[in-house]
Design a protein around this ligand. Structure first.
Ligand code: NAG
Ligand code: NAG
Ligand code: NAG
Ligand code: NAG
Ligand code: NAG
Ligand code: NAG
Length: 340
């Protein structure tokens, strides 16, 4: 699994913590004895999937904490991490996973023949901190019942074929710090409730919803919410996004590119913490506020809008080059040609 570049940081941390607790051969006396209930659940999982190669070492020749694709907690013998990675055979998420009641992290990666949905037995996984289903053919709506997993810090479901609207009840996940639902076929509005996520989580809250078919306006509740990273790019969002910009907000990255947003940028005040700003490919009007020269931006793209007037001089603004300002109504001044 280490060959995969996209594991989230806390997932890696968790996996290292758990797998480093696995004994080396020299310490085999301290091998955690596999929790019998977990052992039984693992055998049911193996049985429900017809992929013998993947489970080649899941047998009684060694105890279950030493089987591949999983890790146990230190000393407990309880399965804490389970990973299904790069499986081409037909695959259905086994309901028996819900019986691994000590599971902290669960991941499915690169499974191009996944059918069916997330089983409702997952509601039994009340210790789960991280769930990742990435780059599979998982389809259907995002199940409402995921909002019952009260300890979830990371809900990552990008690069699937999920459809329908996003359940507003996900906001009940009080510990959540990463909501990653990009590259699906989600429709409907961004839930109004989403301004109610807990922004005080360590490291800030990231909301990544790009490459879907979300429509309507950005809910005004998000203006009250100190999101750290927000990516709404490649959707069908319309109207005003200025509510996302408050000087005292704590956002570091805002990506709204490739929507149909239409508002006046002139009086917007950008968050001072902003490092990355992408508003390209919208219908944004007005002038670029002078305050942008005060920001410590590392990337910026305002191209393909309807902006006009002199580009403010100072700070990092001119360093970005003409490409970041191209294809607007009548912007002028460095790095674009002189104003007339
Ligand atoms: C059991 O697992 C071991 C690896 O731990 C493997 O060498 C062996 O072939 C497996 N036995 C069966 C019957 O699958
Ligand atoms: C699995 O998916 C790939 C790509 O979508 C496809 O080419 C292949 O035939 C599928 N394999 C099986 C066993 O269904
Ligand atoms: C998805 O998985 C396939 C193999 O099944 C791989 O070729 C492709 O690069 C992966 N895509 C992403 C976005 O990870
Ligand atoms: C957002 O964070 C800033 C700086 O930490 C703080 O002053 C402000 O009150 C916060 N706003 C909300 C709505 O939590
Ligand atoms: C932002 O915070 C500063 C002090 O940290 C305060 O003077 C200013 O009024 C605040 N601005 C807004 C728009 O809340
Ligand atoms: C914004 O998102 C788009 C699409 O995912 C991406 O191509 C672009 O690089 C992002 N912009 C920034 C500044 O990261």
């Amino acid at each position: 699994m280490n060959s995969h570049g996209s594991f989230s940081s806390s997932f890696i941390l968790l996996f290292l913590l758990v797998s480093s607790s696995l004994p080396s051969p020299a310490l085999s006396d301290s091998t955690p004895r596999c929790n019998p209930a977990d052992n039984g659940a693992l055998l049911r999982i193996k049985e429900s999937l017809n992929i013998p190669d993947y489970f080649a070492d899941w047998n009684s020749s060694k105890e279950c904490c030493d089987w591949s694709h999983l890790g146990c907690g230190a000393y407990s013998g309880e399965v804490a991490v389970l990973v299904f990675d790069s499986i081409n055979s037909p695959f259905k998420i086994p309901a028996a996973i819900g019986d691994l009641s000590h599971l902290l992290a669960l991941a499915f990666y690169d499974i191009p023949n996944l059918t069916g949905s997330i089983p409702s037995s997952f509601t039994k996984l009340q210790n789960l901190v991280s769930i990742t289903i990435r780059n599979t053919t998982l389809s259907g709506p995002i199940p409402e019942f995921l909002s019952q997993l009260k300890n979830l810090r990371e809900l990552e479901l990008p690069y699937n074929q999920l459809s329908g609207s996003i359940p507003p009840s996900l906001v009940n996940l009080n510990e959540l710090k990463l909501l990653s639902l990009g590259w699906n076929r989600l429709t409907g509005y961004i839930p109004d409730s989403f301004g109610g996520f807990n922004a005080d989580v360590l490291g800030g809250f990231s909301m990544l919803l790009s490459h879907n078919q979300l429509s309507g306006e950005i809910p005004s509740s998000l203006g009250q919410f100190n999101v750290s990273r927000i990516d709404l790019s490649y959707n069908n969002l319309v109207g005003d996004a200025s509510i996302l910009f408050r000087e005292n907000a704590t956002a570091t990255s805002i990506n709204l590119s490739n929507n149909q947003l239409d508002f006046d940028l002139s009086s917007v005040r950008f968050p001072r913490s902003l490092k990355s700003l992408d508003l390209s490919h919208n219908m944004i009007r007005g002038r670029i506020p002078k305050q942008i020269t005060k920001l410590n931006l590392q990337s910026m793209d305002l191209s393909y809008n309807r902006l006009c007037g002199r580009i403010p001089v100072g700070g990092k603004v001119q360093k970005f080059g003409a490409k970041s300002f191209a294809y607007n109504l009548c912007l002028c001044g460095a790095p674009l040609p002189k104003c007339k």
